[in-house]
Design a protein around this ligand. Structure first.
Ligand code: ADP
Ligand code: ASP
Ligand code: MG
Length: 469
């Protein structure tokens, strides 16, 4: 059996956790499995790199120095507890010191020029995984197994140059990954690959979107034609909702690719939204499982939905960090191409629209976008569309909203689900700002004030008895 295993930030948060990861990999490898390992940065490290990059841009050298010292201490402490064998430990510590010295130079450079481009930001963010992967490599080597550490670039993942959200060039990537990793797997060597980071065709470091290690795992899985991709994380699997919101949330044993993709896009953070693309094509099953309960099978994601499942609603998610953008104007009524103009402006400015709703009167269109893009969206729409006598007379926004998404394959064609959802929200006295249902009928999404989000998720979870699923 051939498997790609990805370990998320929480799975590698401490030295003890990393030793545990070493045990899981070893046990699977000894069960006659050819294993490729993908590793995220230690919990919290990528966020701290985002922060320090901003401080460097403001030429705050003092902060950079303190950060570098703390990052080194943190990683060396984890190396010391994750790796038992002394020579291996020394080797990993040396790699750690060398890598952090390089990061210090990069950040100092940014301090001097006072500029942070998407390209240099990706380079800074790549250090999280460049630091964590060698420690996991050491913990596996501790078990006397043959293993080799790769960055995403060294493993052969080549992307376009859309820094921050780069996309793999799958044909070329597949060729390189097979050429570089397959011979090692045949010899029983375990490749350990940094998640999240890759390189463009010029060899410049790129990243494939926050939470992207899941995507790295499925890219490798598809290229290597593995039997399954296992995503190890800190929860039992994909659950009926975020267990941090509802403690009684239940694990969903089986989901279709379509259901899981819908959940991932709508904030079930357990997986990167694009992670399923490479495996859907190759029909490779994905399992989400808990590092703390490796004896459980977790959630299995396959082509078909669970044929035994009869529930209409399977899960409810809340997406924070979004904003609602309203464009209105009597000039839009009956004017062919008016929506196209709005979306054209947003598209050209790299603003992705997550949800749309419009009334038959056509005088208003509401959209949900990421909150951090709101300023860019409004200013560009105003410049392009608000000229006197134009199509649009007003662009307004609300930045304190959240999307609630209710999902399940059996919602399709079942009457009364929407009315039950909205009655539940109404009973709580909570106002709904916007509603959308895709024609796939797998998902009903609506917008409420962010402060009401948790109460709505809890009420819907209870109404559909998801804790008994
Ligand atoms: P990792 O570090 O392993 O990549 P993430 O933090 O990206 O883990 O994702 C796991 C977290 O996603 C869980 O701790 C959980 O709080 C959150 N989460 C949100 N919605 C769901 C859901 N429906 N099912 C499972 N986890 C969810
Ligand atoms: N470390 C990256 C992030 O925090 C990628 C990942 O964890 O999957 O976004
Ligand atoms: Mg994640």
């Amino acid at each position: 059996m051939k498997i790609v295993m990805k370990f998320g930030g929480s799975s590698v948060a401490t030295g003890e956790n990393i030793r545990h990861v070493g045990d899981i990999v070893t046990q699977t490898a000894k069960n006659d499995c050819k294993v490729t390992v993908v590793v995220s940065a230690l919990a919290g490290v990528t966020n701290s790199l985002v922060d320090v990059a901003e401080q460097a841009k403001r030429s705050d050298e003092k902060h950079v120095q303190v950060f570098i010292k703390e990052l080194l201490e943190k990683h060396l402490m984890i190396v010391a507890s994750a790796v038992t064998n002394k020579p291996i430990r020394k080797e990993v510590a040396q790699i750690t010191e060398k890598t952090i010295a390089e990061l210090e130079k990069v950040l100092t450079g940014i301090c001097y020029v006072g500029e942070l481009t998407p390209k240099s930001k990706d380079y800074v963010l790549s250090f999280g995984e460049r630091l964590s992967a060698p420690i996991v490599w050491g913990a596996i080597k501790d078990h006397k197994l043959e293993t080799r550490c790769f960055t995403g670039k060294e493993a052969g993942i080549v992307t376009d140059s859309n820094f921050g959200e780069a996309d793999p060039l799958m044909e070329f990537t597949t060729h390189l990954i097979r050429e570089r990793l397959s011979p090692l797997l045949e010899k029983g060597v375990i490749p350990v690959v940094t998640g999240f980071i890759a390189a463009n065709q010029d060899g410049i470091v790129t990243t494939i979107g926050r939470g992207g290690s899941d995507y790295t795992a499925t890219i490798l899985g598809a290229a290597l034609e593995v039997d399954e991709v296992w995503i190890w994380t800190d929860v039992e699997g994909i659950m009926t909702t975020d267990p941090k919101i509802v403690a009684a949330a239940k694990m969903l044993p089986q989901l279709s690719y379509q259901e899981a993709a819908e959940m991932a896009i709508f904030g079930a953070k357990a997986m990167h939204p694009r992670a399923l693309e490479p495996v859907i094509k190759e029909n490779i099953p994905v399992r989400i499982r808990s590092v703390f309960h490796p004896e459980n099978p977790g959630t299995l994601i396959t082509k078909e939905p669970d044929s035994k499942a009869t529930e209409t609603v399977k899960a409810v998610a809340m997406i924070k960090d979004v904003a609602m953008l309203n464009v209105s104007g009597a000039g839009m009524v009956g004017a062919p191409g008016s929506y196209a103009k709005v979306f054209d402006v947003l598209g050209k400015n790299n603003v992705n629209v997550m949800m749309i709703s419009t009334a038959a009167s056509e005088a208003n269109i509401s959209m949900i976008i990421k909150r951090n893009l709101l300023g860019r969206a409004i200013s560009n729409l105003e410049i392009a569309l608000l000229e006197r006598g134009g199509l649009v007379s007003e662009v307004s926004s609300e930045d304190d909203v959240a999307v609630i998404a209710v999902m399940g394959a059996n919602m399709k064609g079942t009457l009364g689900v929407a009315s039950r959802i909205f009655a539940t929200v109404a009973k709580k006295g909570i106002n709904i700002r916007m509603i959308a249902q895709g024609s796939s009928e797998l998902n009903i999404s609506f917008v409420v004030k962010e402060a009401d989000g948790v109460a709505v998720v809890r009420a819907i979870h209870e109404e559909f008895k998801l804790d008994k699923i």
